[in-house]
Ligand binder design. Structure first.
Ligand SMILES: NC(=[NH2+])NCCC[C@H](N)C(=O)O
Ligand SMILES: [Mn+2]
Ligand SMILES: [Mn+2]
Length: 323
């Protein structure tokens, strides 16, 4: 068999920006803010450069005192935890991702918790209003401020980017409300779901979002699931694709150092194959890798496995081939 390396239709100059988002305000555990540093320490930038990309690394949160913000117990609004912290940081991340898109530089945003997805997919859809989003996750992250049971905003980024339930948003998020373009239900699809809250199930159903759970991966195989997912959000095969990858989509056997692990997930190869296949489409324009939490490693080996899973996702997205 012969394989050719993926081409990147939207990036003939192969420029990319690694956007570090050392952020943990969307959930209660600490440690996930060290994800970017660990991914970089274990070779993220060099790995991507080796694949022929001209790389920049930026940290839009460098001026923020996130430790102090996280400790502010008054930062609550109704049921939502830390809306000021999440909104202020996510706005900076939105601006950075948007500016990367505007410079024709592939934004690779590394978290940090998944609340930053509200920024990355909003920046994507406001750059490419016809684009499609693939969200790989054990969770749907589509809770609204009204449906969230935990109050953790990393369970809500999709709802914000879609503008759902906006009457009940903390006013902190007015900047998202004012963005020109919202994600529409036929512009997002999921792979890997297996822990979806009741309120989220209802939303997915009512909105008609095409979601592929682990049941579908078992039933149809990952190859067919990726094909159906791409068909759902990119029916003509021409539109740009953004991939938002929560490492907890992959089974804890390979990525246990994460805040909300759920057993019964994608194997490492299923989790990487889908990235290879999306990269192969030539339409991939943006990537998030989130929820690597080095502090939750039960051993040095678990730590290495989880970080390496994140690195493998990045390399597959940026053009690494096996042969
Ligand atoms: N990005 C994540 N790991 N999200 C987990 C969300 C879990 C749960 N559905 C919640 O809303 O709290
Ligand atoms: Mn998740
Ligand atoms: Mn997630």
């Amino acid at each position: 068999m012969s394989f050719s390396e993926p081409s990147y239709k939207f990036y003939p100059n192969k420029n990319a920006t690694v956007i570090s988002a050392p952020f943990s305000g969307g959930q209660g555990k600490s440690g996930v803010e060290d994800g970017p540093e660990q991914l970089i320490k274990y070779g993220l930038l060099k790995d991507i450069e080796k694949l022929g990309w001209n790389l920049k690394n930026v940290n839009p949160l460098s001026e923020m005192d996130t430790d102090k913000m996280k400790k502010d117990e008054n930062d609550v609004y109704n049921n939502c935890k830390r809306p000021t912290m999440v909104s202020d940081c996510c706005k900076l991340i939105y601006n950075e991702v948007k500016s990367s898109y505007e410079k024709n530089s592939f934004p690779i945003t590394i978290g940090g918790d998944h609340s930053i997805g509200m920024s990355t997919i909003s920046a994507f859809i406001n750059t490419y209003p016809n684009g499609g989003i693939v969200w790989v996750d054990a969770h749907a992250d589509i809770n609204t401020p009204s449906t969230t049971e935990s109050g953790n905003l990393h369970g809500c980024p999709v709802a914000f980017a879609m503008g759902l339930d906006s009457e009940n948003w903390p006013p902190h998020f007015n900047w998202i409300k004012e963005l020109k373009t919202k994600v529409k239900p036929n512009q997002i699809t999921y792979i890997g779901l297996r822990d979806v809250d009741d309120g989220e199930k209802k939303l997915l159903k009512d909105l008609g979002i095409k979601a592929f759970s682990m049941y579908h991966v078992d039933k149809f195989g990952i190859n067919e699931v990726v094909r159906m997912a791409l068909e759902a959000v990119n029916p003509n095969g021409e539109n740009p694709i953004h991939l938002s990858y929560d490492v907890d989509g992959i089974d804890p056997m390979y990525a246990a150092a994460t805040g909300t692990p759920v057993r019964g997930g994608l194997t490492l190869r299923e989790g990487l194959f889908l990235v290879e296949e999306i990269a192969n489409s030539g339409n991939l324009v943006g990537l998030d890798i989130v929820e690597v939490n080095p502090a939750l490693s039960s051993s040095a080996q678990v730590h290495l496995e989880t970080v390496n899973t994140g690195l493998s996702i990045a390399r597959c997205a940026m053009g690494e081939t096996i042969l």
